[in-house]
Design a protein around this ligand. Structure first.
Ligand code: CA
Ligand code: CA
Length: 372
């Protein structure tokens, strides 16, 4: 048993004692980037020089920056990013419980790596999304180039039996709405809130709040055949009694997995793109959920088809009314017809509430600081 209140203490508690079972209690908010972004900058790194060299006017949009040498602005950005990567990622060993004490425990700017291990519990913590101090410009991403960022608050990578309960995931003091634009594109400094990838299995996220974020949750991170073999038959993930509030997309976006999403409350604002991404070989079941959508946002947007994969969506309510999410999607979005029937039936649910009761129950009970 460890009680920690600094990033150094937390990392030491993770590293101690091999894979012996441990409980780490987190006291207060631990900032993984307490010294600020400048502390990671490699000698000679200069963002102004970076913008000057790689602007579309000077560099064009045909060539990515992969071949830039170590002493170029991109090389110095790479070196700086590697220092941040090393500092903010924390590897969680097997048989570990990380639990916040009281109402205000959590992490800022940290990225939990739950990688290749079994039996991990994360509870009662607020995660303020990591800010990538050194996003990379990719001139070849899309028609105009784009900024790409790393770091998710939590990554479940090839791990089994992981339970994330009563946590809050938020962009907090660094909303995308406050981000500047460079080269005409948003200087995006966030990646995801939660990724479940590379054959991870038996993961449950319950009673969490996911809020104020763009690309929120990935289940499976690639369509490629090289990773498909590890993902097929795995990525079994359950989401129940979570509040998904003011998100843009990916809540979650699914590839390969059998994902059960029941009894969650989705609250959208005008930034809303979609909730459920239907990706390659996914088998999503979404039942007994409640959606609160603003005027002018159609329930047809809840589902987003990326690939030809079946989906079950039943007993869901939108703004207090029963809605067949697949039927309304197919009626309003021609060319993206979804096939009903995910081909499996979840059997490991605990109590299921009627969708009608979900907003009140979830809004009152979900998130950090509400564990009793
Ligand atoms: Ca990214
Ligand atoms: Ca990610």
């Amino acid at each position: 048993m460890y009680t920690v209140s600094t990033w150094a203490q937390f990392k030491a508690a993770l590293a101690a004692g091999g894979s012996a079972p441990r409980i780490i209690k987190v006291k207060g908010t631990i900032d993984a980037v307490a010294d600020g972004c400048d502390a990671f900058a490699a000698p000679g790194y200069d963002f102004g020089a970076y913008l000057e060299k790689y602007s579309p006017e000077n560099w064009g949009l045909e060539t990515d920056l992969g071949d830039e040498p170590d002493d170029s602005p991109e090389g110095l950005r790479r070196a700086s990013a590697a220092r941040q990567d090393q500092a903010i990622k924390a590897n969680v060993p097997a048989n570990t419980t990380i639990i916040g004490i009281g109402r205000n425990a959590g992490f800022k700017g940290a990225s939990l790596q739950i990688k290749g291990v079994d039996n991990v519990i994360v509870r009662n913590l607020t995660f303020e999304s990591p800010v990538d101090c050194f996003p990379q410009w990719d001139p070849t991403d899309g028609d105009k180039g784009n900024w790409n960022s790393e770091y998710d608050s939590a990554v479940v990578y090839g791990s089994t039996h992981v339970w994330l309960d009563h946590n809050t995931f938020t962009d907090g003091e660094h909303p995308d709405s406050a981000a500047p634009t460079y080269f005409g594109m948003l200087y995006q400094q966030h990646d995801g809130q939660l990724d479940v990838v590379r054959g991870a299995d038996h993961v449950t996220a319950s009673w969490n709040v996911f809020t104020e974020h763009d690309k929120t949750i990935l289940i499976g991170n690639s369509d490629s055949e090289s990773t498909a073999a590890g993902d097929r038959g795995h990525l079994k993930v359950t989401f129940h009694h979570n509040l998904f509030k003011n998100l843009v997309e990916r809540a979650p976006r699914v590839r390969f997995g059998q994902v059960d999403v029941y009894n969650n409350h989705f609250v959208a604002d005008d930034s809303y793109a979609y909730s459920f991404g239907i990706g390659k070989e996914s088998q999503l079941v979404a039942e007994h959920n409640a959606f609160t959508l603003p005027d002018g946002v159609s329930p047809a947007k809840v589902l987003k088809k990326w690939n030809e994969s079946p989906v079950t969506a039943a007993h869901n309510r939108v703004n207090g009314r029963s809605v067949d999410l697949i039927a309304v999607h197919n009626a309003e979005i021609p060319g993206e017809t979804l096939q009903p029937g995910a081909g499996w039936t979840p059997t490991l649910r605990t109590g299921v509430h009627p969708a009608k009761a979900v907003p009140a129950i979830v809004d009152r009970g979900a998130g950090a600081g509400r564990l009793r």
